[in-house]
Design a protein around this ligand. Structure first.
Ligand code: ZN
Length: 297
């Protein structure tokens, strides 16, 4: 009756066709080889690095837009690319992709500098685990930008001022959206919202909201749990169902139909970070405004 969330778990070992060449990067030279090559895990980080590094960086994204960092397995071509990177910027919050692949990636590129984008942020707990979705707070994004700036200066000191200026500009944009959301959320102090996949904990902590996760340890709800969600939503007069594109839309639509509500899209991994987080704040605000609770799917 209800489609289960599709979870792809690939346990196999990726076989590389032949040795991966370790191409050394040199900061001398006249062409694009001059770029600092930075590998990142998820799309928001790709944007952070491009904003700070501008024309001086080439970014390799490991978990492409629309793929799930809880389960994605890199291609052989990506592993060749990452073998040429000067820097690997980790999300650094125990995200599954990095837990599964960092050792392998390091073994193909021992020269690469590993930068922890979460350095300086206290990771939040989610039950017995660390909540990996650290980038969902703009304040943490500012921290990641700072870490990226320092890593680029370290790698390419000739362009220090360029990185400093870019980081400053982008940080002020992040600061602005942060203050906008903070301002919008002030009147919804401690408001609870229900989420399917618990991606919104850092966001909730930042703005004094309360995320109530439905999904437990990556398991999708069964028919009975879906019925409980519908009952709770009806009781609490919830009228909006948010859905992330990584998850099965039909289940969210079924619930929305039952509660006579609507489904809105939110993507925690969207590429345009500022636009997306601002959009999320606005959708949340109008949902809080119109009902007593919200579902983020
Ligand atoms: Zn997640």
């Amino acid at each position: 009756m209800i489609d289960k969330r599709i979870v792809i778990i690939i346990v196999g070992v990726l076989l590389f066709d032949g040795a991966v060449a370790l191409v050394g990067y040199t900061s001398e030279g006249e062409n694009n080889e001059e770029n600092v090559r930075v590998a990142v895990t998820i799309p928001p980080q790709e944007q952070f690095v491009k904003k700070v590094g501008g024309d001086e960086v080439k970014v390799t994204l490991m978990v492409p837009l629309g793929k799930d960092p809880h389960s994605y397995e890199p291609t052989t071509r990506q592993m060749r690319e990452v073998a040429k990177a000067d820097i690997y910027l980790k999300v650094g919050s125990k995200i599954s992709f990095e837990n599964a692949w960092m050792d392998k990636i390091k073994s193909y590129n021992e020269e690469m500098t590993i930068v922890n984008g979460s350095e300086g942020v206290e990771l939040r707990r989610m039950g017995s685990k660390i909540d990996p979705h650290i980038w969902m707070s703009p304040v943490n994004a500012m921290n990641a930008v700072e870490n990226i700036k320092e890593a680029l200066i370290e790698e390419d000191s000739d362009n220090s001022q360029y990185y400093i200026d870019n980081a400053e500009n982008y940080t002020s944009e992040l600061e602005k959206i942060h203050l906008d959301i903070k301002n919008d959320m002030e009147e919804y102090d401690s408001e609870e919202f229900l989420v399917y996949h618990p991606s919104f904990g850092y966001f909730a902590d930042e703005y004094n909201l309360t995320q109530v996760p439905i999904e437990k340890e990556g398991k999708s709800p069964g028919t009975k749990e879906v019925q409980n969600i519908i009952d709770k939503a009806k009781r609490e007069n919830i009228s909006v169902v948010f859905i992330s594109p990584q998850f099965d839309r039909s289940q969210a639509e079924t619930i929305a139909e039952e509660i006579d509500g609507e489904v809105l899209s939110l993507n925690p991994l969207a590429k345009d970070y500022i636009e997306n987080i601002g959009d999320m704040g606005e959708k949340l605000e109008s949902a809080f405004d119109g009902s007593e609770g919200v579902y983020l799917w």
